[in-house]
Design a protein. Structure first.
Length: 145
């Protein structure tokens, strides 16, 4: 399965859904889309909207001169939970993932290592892993239409 095929299978499970929860777990982030569909991210990510970067994973707990530090869980939920997923793409050669939401917002996951896994998309029927070096590993069978 190539990047386009993997993106198509992920899109089949995500398009029309929304982010229901974001979770920070010390070394990774989990974006929950349904109780059984989630994206685990161990590499840099960012949310784009209004022509710029609205939030990045590295912003979590940073003070930036604000009254309180940035809360990546709360702020990602605020930015994306009211929007519906419209598109999914995976960049060939890097396995960078882009999830397009209504309202012109995008969650970008940047697979940055030649050796470490960057992200994992998991559902009841499908597991897609972005391997180091930009390859994908796909396990399971996507649901039949």
């Amino acid at each position: 399965m190539e990047e386009d095929d993997a993106a198509r299978e992920i899109a089949a499970q995500l398009v029309g859904t929304s982010l229901i929860r974001t979770q920070w777990r010390t070394h990774d982030w989990v974006f929950h889309f349904t109780p059984r569909v989630q994206l685990t991210v161990e590499c840099p990510w960012r949310i784009l909207c209004d022509g710029g970067v609205a939030l990045g994973g590295g912003d979590h707990n940073q003070p930036f001169g604000l009254p309180e530090p940035v809360d990546g869980e709360r702020d990602s939920h605020r930015l994306l939970s009211q929007e519906t997923i419209e598109t999914v793409s995976i960049r060939p050669g890097t396995a960078d993932l882009a999830i397009g939401f209504s309202g012109g917002k995008t969650l970008e996951v940047l697979n940055m290592s030649s050796g470490y896994e960057g992200w994992k998309f998991g559902s009841q029927d499908l597991l897609v892993i972005a391997l180091g070096g930009g390859k994908l590993a796909i396990f399971g069978e996507p649901p039949q239409a």
